[in-house]
Design a protein around this ligand. Structure first.
Ligand SMILES: [Zn+2]
Length: 117
């Protein structure tokens, strides 16, 4: 059996703030997710990750959206993602309403001007 090279963390582009986590693919096409990624995204054994292929040909990996929970209330239903943050629609509406009120913006979020429950 071929011994796999040890996982490495290397700097990508100096000064860019980006970091590349290099892993070796085994004979079955498997790789180990970097510990830092698993901790940051709270990915645990048995959970799914998603591989996204964008139109520009770049691949991305993220935690499965359906297994995530709302940043504010912790529920797992009716989730949306905004700027990398996961919110349920109810909390998102509440957040928009409170933000608009704080910023004194006159917008309607479909609540008839009332704060959602
Ligand atoms: Zn919520």
């Amino acid at each position: 059996m071929r011994e796999l090279r040890k996982a490495k963390t290397v700097a990508a582009r100096e000064g860019s703030g980006e970091r590349v986590f290099r892993r070796v693919v085994d004979e079955k096409g498997r790789v180990t997710l970097p510990t830092e990624m698993r901790q940051q995204l709270e990915i645990r054994a048995g959970e799914e990750v998603e591989f996204l292929l964008r139109e520009d040909g770049e691949w991305y990996i993220r935690k499965g959206l359906h297994q995530r929970s709302c940043t504010f209330c912790g529920c797992g239903a009716d989730l949306i993602e905004v700027w990398g943050q996961v919110l349920c629609r109810r909390c998102a509406q509440k957040y928009v309403f409170l933000l608009a009120r704080e910023l004194r913006l006159d917008i309607s979020v479909g609540t008839g001007g009332n704060l959602p429950d």
